[in-house]
Design a protein around this ligand. Sequence first.
Ligand code: 6PG
Length: 467
Amino acid sequence: MYDFGLVGLGVMGRNFILNVADNGFTAFGNDLDAEKVNALIEEGGDKAKVNATSDVKTFVDGLSTPRKIMLLVPAGKIVDSVIEGLLPHLDKGDIIIDGGNSFFTDTDRREAYLKDKGINFFGAGVSGGAEGARKGPSIMPGGSRDAYQHVKPVFEAVSAKYKGEPCVAYLGPKSAGNYVKMVHNGIEYGLMQLTSEIYDLLKKAGGLSNEELHQTFAEWNQGRLQSFLVEITSEIFEQKDDLTDNDLVDMILDKAKQKGTGKWTSQNAMDLGIPVPTIDVAVSMREISALKEERIQADELYDRPTPAAVDKEEFVSKAEQALYFAFIITYAQGMHQLADASKEYGYELELGEIAKIWRAGCIIRAALLADITEAYQADEALRNLLLSPSFVEKVKDTVDAARELVGYGAANGIPLPGISNALTYFDAYTSSRLPLNLIQAQRDYFGSHTYERLDREGIFHTEWENK
Ligand code: 6PG
């Protein structure tokens, strides 16, 4: 009998199951594709430790109870059909874990459906890509706390470790795990957009070559910006193209694809009434990037200023500060969304725990997450990172560089929607008085929508004199 089952032996699934086997658990894989089954058997070596089959009944019967079956299949209808295929063979108390990027309401639906049948269902976000799955991902499980006890030893063993601590924790009931992973991806979109804007500035205004960009990002990765995304960015600039003599980055089409998780984060933030403008604009920029043909046409119609000369060294230093500032703001927005979603959906999320399991293994891992963890550990009820005393100096030290670069971008025709949105969010969030009193006046003027007052309680309406 195998300890752990895994359905879906694509790259992620194969790597995850080999990771499980490496950590002393026996594992059984399942995939309809015989080639994938054979590939795993071959790579796994010892069949007593890791084996695979295309037959669902053989697979389920080969697992010790309560069965722990993880699905690493594409989100959507496939998850439902895999569940239907497993169901006739399962026993009450068995556990199914969906490790894909499923939409959180799908997870709630599946959990309720399976609960009726006595099956425990987990939505567990898994981050870290193929390499993470093999060597240690960050895992974000949500579902029944009791059932999690059966899964915990495996997840703790296979997950990434931050100074010895596993990057996995039970996050909350229902779809808490998928929700947290969705927001992780929203933050991922934001950080990627910001990095691309800094690249644009350094290249167009700073005149940095790819080699210099490589060195700059590598250096930044040794400091407070240390993160997976900064690290891989540095490596990307070094890559030569196989097909031409150029650097690969210069040959890649500037149209970014998306599978939807960033968009879901943004959409849901709107539903909750939580502002996450840096994430919103990161999604919009992928959409603008897709309009390549129109962009080419429009480029012909409008002039663009030639970027003004800058002091290279100083510009690079400002870019580092602005990126750090905007990274903080992006995490702040994502964490703020999690805090509100937790109340709205009854997830009982502990934000300090979430920041903690993001410190290693996942795509948004960064030195900053150790500071974010501490900020939430110091105050679990923290409404926004910007309100944490430990972040005030970090922000104060770097915001002026963001102002300068945003001004430079606007004057010189370099689009910086992520950095400027981060700055605008900061300026608005830290303003005790915004001009939205005028919007209230307008609403009352044309639609008698009423308003509240600064000086007394109640709801007011005015018969506007010149109407
Ligand atoms: C991760 C990633 C991963 C995501 C990809 C692609 O945490 O390992 O978030 O889950 O699927 O990054 O996302 P897009 O195709 O939407 O960019």
